[in-house]
Design a protein around this ligand. Sequence first.
Ligand code: ATP
Ligand code: MG
Length: 298
Amino acid sequence: MSDRIIEPVPSEFLVPFDGTFRVADAPTAPSDGERGKQHKKRHKQALAAIVDEMRELQRAMYAFDSHSLLLVFQAMDAAGKDGTIRAVMSGINPAGCQVSSFKAPSKQELDHDFLWRVATRLPERGRIGIFNRSHYEEVLVVRVHPEYLESQRLPGKLDLATIWQERFESIRNFEQHLARNGTTILKFWLNVGRDEQRRRFIDRIDEPESNWKFEPGDVAERRHWSAYMRAYEEALCATSRPWAPWYAIPADDKPFMRRTVADLVRRALKAIRPRYPEPTAAERAAMQGYREELLRDD
Ligand code: ATP
Ligand code: MG
């Protein structure tokens, strides 16, 4: 691995790089020792401390101006992407961070290859970019609904037996290229359980102030749950690599999820080892000259 690529942050939730990840074995809830009211409070307190540390690290990364950080979020509906993104961003200087949400592609986006629209939203050096959905929709929702490919006007005859592997290859190469050029990539699959999703949808119907969040289309997508799980499993196996690791985060408990994601982001920022640029001896001497001039200036 190129030494410009930062080693992935180890975690029990890191998706292995050898294709052995199985959705059926991935927990949707934290272990018994991390659950319950007491723990929720503890996770919230820990999150606040993590966010403080992230704020400092981000300032240094901005000044360092060499690396960028790309955070990719994918999940089934109601897994809590928005809240997690808000929590991670809560301490960060908005000038150094940009969130991009990817919906069904526009006419203009369909005039390009599937990586084009994400390429235009990549973070600049020194910045953090957050993708709320991403190029992975192209091997998730599009895989579950292959009829969406028709609007993409791909040349030649479509071969559903090879297209997903080809896309995985494109994604791996794209992400490796980014990593080699200074973008540290972390990808989070917020893994909500099917029962928990059902509970959250019902709450959206029962609680008047949450009605606006209820989308009949989300219930329709839920009918394809097992197809989505197969698509996630294959996509994560094929694209979790040292230069762009996936983390499968249990999402049934929101405080645990937010704390876990924020802590991985904090550790990734730390691994970049951002340093404030040191002036050279000549620059320091020149600054002293300016200082004296400013003192004389009344
Ligand atoms: P929320 O519902 O919390 O506001 P969301 O991310 O679900 O956020 P929506 O506008 O509800 O936003 O949904 C966006 C939809 O666009 C999703 O169903 C997603 O699968 C779909 N989408 C995203 N990218 C693509 C793509 N490349 N091709 C087809 N559909 C896509
Ligand atoms: Mg939605």
